[in-house]
Design a protein around this ligand. Structure first.
Ligand SMILES: Cc1cc2nc3c(=O)[nH]c(=O)nc-3n(C[C@H](O)[C@H](O)[C@H](O)COP(=O)(O)OP(=O)(O)OC[C@H]3O[C@@H](n4cnc5c(N)ncnc54)[C@H](O)[C@@H]3O)c2cc1C
Length: 396
């Protein structure tokens, strides 16, 4: 095993939204934390065009960011509350409407740029006591003995900790180093994203329309535009990317059933491949996985990072409990508690989104199409069921 100097309680690998939030949360709880990240996030400026990557943050994520003292900076910079969510189907009548009352709040959540969240977390990390930043730093090897896990970085630095947490994203190099397998499903779809201006106001509503073999979401932005996520088969994504702006705007407005009237302007477009990826295990000896490193889900429900931030809450809670009991924070029974609590919740969510994608994402006609439209209407008319869905999405 490599020689190391000094030992941390926890080493977090990856400072995306999930890893950075975990490092901050642990440091706030008084843990001694090392954070390893290959590159700092791109800086964010108010005068920048709104980043193409945005996320819908659920109330549970906002509560965590408040606790980490970063929510005020995020919200005052550029965030847009969404008070309603409207879901409907192109193939059949039936629609679903949620609002803040379904989760006992003034809004269902906020739409925020990924880059802004990362920027605010990064700023907070610089000033947080108890965090040693290794950036740039890239993990290339990992070894473990009875008392510690030791990470070797590409430049031969060595980081030792009682517990190592991988938050290094969907392709998690650390998960691969430890030989943890995943169950994958390639949706053969891409999410085409852009920001668009529309003839009518977005009404602070997250809109989602199911189309044959596609889903189309319009998410409200603070400047009055909407951020679109149009999940379509790979070849169709390629075609949409190649349209000129005018053709794209016309097709988009029609696919959205002109709910917000014509699409009057668009930014450049980008596309992201979509897949389901679920880790077989979340833990190994002195090791845990969180965020996309543990689970990648279809974005149709806007839950990916929200699930990852719930991993953060749970891992912090079990580590604090173990420390309170004067125990080893990386003991197998401690990590198993984290895995038991989070893996079942994440699996349930991932399978539910997968099922929705299968039912609504297929070309259907006749009875099946009618049934799927009717299902939306049934949920809408059953307040307890509707509240249950809304509260689960809110992380309550
Ligand atoms: C089109 C689209 C729309 C989405 N919309 C939503 C939404 O509305 N709501 C929602 O909740 N989620 C949404 N998601 C999902 C969300 O974007 C992800 O779940 C989230 O970004 C994952 O964050 P993460 O921190 O786990 O991983 P990442 O953001 O991938 O961060 C991983 C970090 O690890 C670092 N790293 C990599 N390798 C190493 C290494 N060897 N050593 C050290 N560090 C390393 C990387 O540099 C990076 O900083 C969407 C996803 C897509 C594709």
């Amino acid at each position: 095993m490599k020689a190391w100097r000094g030992m941390h309680e926890v080493a977090v690998v990856g400072a995306g939204m999930v890893g950075a939030a975990l490092a901050l949360a642990l440091a706030k709880d008084g843990f001694d934390v090392a954070l390893v990240e290959p590159r700092p996030p791109a800086p964010w400026h108010e005068s920048d065009e709104v980043d193409l990557r945005v996320v819908a943050l659920a109330p549970s994520a906002i509560e965590l960011f408040r606790r980490l003292d970063v929510w005020t900076s995020i919200a005052s910079a550029r965030a847009c509350a969404y008070r309603h969510m409207r879901v409907w189907d192109a193939l059949a009548p039936g629609a679903l409407h949620f609002d803040g009352a379904d989760v006992d709040a003034a809004q269902l959540g906020f739409i925020v740029e990924n880059r802004l969240i990362q920027h605010c977390l990064w700023q907070a990390l610089q000033n947080a006591p108890g965090i040693t930043l290794h950036c740039p730093g890239q993990v290339v090897a990992s070894e473990c003995d009875a008392a510690r896990r030791v990470l070797t970085l590409a430049d031969d630095r060595v980081v030792a900790a009682r517990l190592v947490v991988a938050a290094d994203g969907a392709d998690s190099p650390l998960r691969q180093l430890l030989g943890i397998a995943t169950q994958d499903r390639d949706y053969a779809q891409r999410a085409v994203v852009a920001h668009v201006a529309t003839e009518r106001a977005h009404e602070f509503t997250a809109w989602q329309r199911f189309l044959p073999q596609a889903t189309l979401a319009f998410l409200p932005l603070a400047d009055g535009r909407s951020s679109i996520v149009w999940s379509v088969p790979d070849a169709e994504a390629q075609r949409l990317l190649q349209l000129d702006d005018e053709e794209f705007r016309a097709e988009l407005a029609a696919a959205f059933d002109f709910r917000l009237g014509a699409v009057t302007a668009t930014t450049a477009r980008a596309a992201f491949p979509l897949r389901l990826r679920l880790s077989d295990r979340y833990i190994a000896e002195r090791f845990a996985l969180i965020g996309d490193a543990a689970h990648v889900v279809h974005p149709l429900a806007g839950q990916g990072v929200n699930l990852g931030l719930r991993d953060v809450d749970e891992l912090c809670a079990v580590l604090q409990q173990a420390r309170g009991a004067q125990g080893d924070i990386a003991a197998a029974h401690v990590l198993r508690r984290y895995e038991r609590r989070r893996r079942s919740d994440n699996l349930l969510a991932a399978r539910a989104f997968d099922a929705i994608q299968r039912v609504f994402g297929q070309q259907q006609s006749g009875l099946l199409a009618a049934a799927r439209g009717a299902a939306l209407g049934v949920v809408d008319r059953l307040p307890p069921l509707k509240r249950m869905f809304a509260r689960h999405a809110a992380g309550r």
